[in-house]
Design a protein around this ligand. Structure first.
Ligand SMILES: N[C@@H](CCC(=O)N[C@@H](CS)C(=O)NCC(=O)O)C(=O)O
Length: 202
């Protein structure tokens, strides 16, 4: 059994969608978190995440934290859903590159844009422009980051684009990609579960 430690409208929302994609049994354990944007909420002692953040999962007594780690872990543990190339697949390197690139490059660039830090830092501006370029170049070639098929890295990247769409430049290709990924039945079910799991937060 998998337990997802979840707070609504947070980075754990995409793990709800992932679990729906995987079609495996799981339970949602709501936890409170501190919300730095509003100052609401407080860390929950029941949350096994080392920093009392979300997402965290527990699977067969093991705790996994960090969005990307959880996604890689679950897609390998439940390969039947076909969301990740196996370790011997030729696309595995590409998949790991996108997943780690998201955490190391895209998310910091996205938050630099959200916090209006790009004009004050040529280094952050360069990282941001490289991130945008990489997404646009991939979507100019194919409907998904790794080609014709949806994968877990699309769930990751598209959820961030949806969360902070205005932090990225206007682009019909990005809009269509966000819609394509967000309209998947599993993503819609994940969103409904998120809406039902707690009060609205800004
Ligand atoms: N890099 C982490 C970030 C986790 C994170 O910051 N989660 C936020 C919610 S979106 C949180 O739990 N914040 C509570 C806090 O900062 O104490 C991941 O992707 O899992």
């Amino acid at each position: 059994m998998i337990t997802l430690y979840h707070a609504p409208q947070s980075r754990s929302t995409r793990i709800l969608s992932l679990l729906e994609e995987l079609g495996v049994p799981y339970e949602i354990r709501p936890v409170s978190i501190f919300r730095p944007m509003t100052g609401d909420g407080s860390p929950d002692p029941a949350n096994p995440h080392p920093d009392k953040r979300v997402p965290a999962i527990e699977h067969d007594g093991r705790v996994v934290a960090e969005s990307v780690a959880i996604i890689l872990y679950l897609c390998d543990a439940f390969p039947a859903a076909g969301l990740a190339p196996s370790p011997d697949d030729a696309q595995r390197g590409d998949y790991l590159t996108w997943a780690l690139w998201y955490a190391a490059e895209m998310e910091p660039a996205m938050f630099a844009a959200i916090m209006d830090e790009l004009d004050g830092s040529p280094m952050k501006r360069r990282q941001y422009e490289a991130a945008v370029h990489r997404i646009e170049a991939a979507l100019a070639k194919a409907p998904y980051l790794m080609g014709d098929d949806y994968s877990a890295v699309d769930l990751l990247v598209a959820s961030a684009l949806a969360f902070a769409r205005s932090a990225f430049p206007p682009s019909a290709a990005i809009d269509a990609y966000v819609e394509r990924c967000g309209n998947r039945p599993a993503a819609l079910r994940g969103q409904l579960l998120d809406d039902a799991s707690g009060p609205q937060h800004s």
